[in-house]
Design a protein around this ligand. Structure first.
Ligand SMILES: Nc1ncnc2c1ncn2[C@@H]1O[C@H](COP(=O)(O)OP(=O)(O)OP(=O)(O)O)[C@@H](O)[C@H]1O
Length: 279
């Protein structure tokens, strides 16, 4: 039987074959309280990601998952500790770290093509126009949106909007893709199709991904490691589950593997028994 036993949370290693790429070390994030003092949201987070690794972050609502992603994106200052990408401390946002949000954040007055082109224009300012157009076309194709390229966001379904968001993020060739519940607003069927589509893209062009999800099946299907966070305040990494299935993955085939059931049970046990939460 495959080993899915959790790694101790503070001995986090990238997968074999990957180099240490993103390093989060003793990361603390605190926010000031209105009545004075601080509330610590994230407490001593240690995590290392390989440059081709797909990691999911799972934890109860409010534990600080989005905060962690925003810190990696450089959207907020860290309180203590460090985050380094290829050895360089992250201090501000950059096109090497692109975010995809649950709510699609497309500009409604621009077409699908223009939404993607805008990002390409901003990041590859000096690239010839024809080359930028090629990049946009390649990414429209990647997410099967060529036929919808001249449509506006309000003419698209939720799944199509999210595909635009993903194409826009990938078109600027980030070193790491940060996804905050990217399928959270979609119906089950669209969600399942888009999970598969994103996984196929990732399998063909491997890059570092950090993705937040509340869905254990999604985490097992898509990621190499599942980072389970303890409850907030002062949340930290409680456990990390290694997903042993090689890529490309077949959703139905892995579901029948005993290791799948074991992983599922381990994640549920963590969330429901060891770090339960009454909302
Ligand atoms: N700018 C801020 N100022 C003060 N507190 C904040 C700020 N941003 C987030 N928090 C607090 O940090 C905690 C973690 O929030 P965060 O959104 O990161 O959690 P989450 O795990 O992503 O939640 P969910 O799963 O519901 O999206 C919450 O208690 C939240 O109220």
């Amino acid at each position: 039987m495959l080993n899915v036993s959790p790694q101790p949370a503070n001995e986090v290693r990238p997968d074999a074959g990957s180099t240490a790429f993103l390093e989060i070390e003793n990361l603390v994030k605190a926010y000031p309280k209105p009545q004075g003092g601080h509330s610590i949201v994230l407490d001593h987070i240690n995590l290392t990601l390989g440059e081709q690794e797909f990691v999911t972050i799972v934890g109860h609502s409010g534990c600080g998952k989005s905060t962690l992603l925003r810190l990696v994106a450089g959207l907020e200052p860290i309180t203590q500790g460090s985050i380094r990408l290829e050895g360089q401390p992250i201090r501000k946002p950059g096109s090497d770290r692109m975010m995809v949000f649950q709510q699609y954040c497309l500009l409604p007055w621009l077409t699908v093509r223009q939404n993607i082109r805008l990002a390409v224009d901003e990041v590859f300012e000096s690239l010839p126009g024809a080359r930028k157009a090629e990049l946009v076309n390649a990414h429209l194709e990647m997410v099967n949106l060529v036929a919808a390229a001249e449509k506006y966001p309000d003419q698209l379904s939720g799944g199509m909007k999210q595909r635009v968001g993903i194409a826009r993020a990938l078109a600027v060739r980030p070193k790491i893709l940060l996804m905050d519940e990217p399928f959270g607003a979609l119906d089950a069927l669209t969600r399942s199709k888009l999970q598969q589509q994103v996984l196929r893209i990732w399998e063909s062009q491997r890059q570092a991904v950090m993705m937040i999800t509340h869905d254990i099946d999604e985490a097992i299907y898509m990621s190499d490691r599942i980072v389970l966070m303890t409850n907030g305040p002062e949340a930290t990494i409680g456990e990390i589950l290694h997903v042993p299935f090689p890529h490309p993955r077949d959703r139905m085939a892995i579901r029948h593997d005993p290791a799948y059931q074991q992983l599922h049970a381990a994640a549920l046990d963590f969330l429901l028994h060891r770090f339960d939460r009454d909302d």
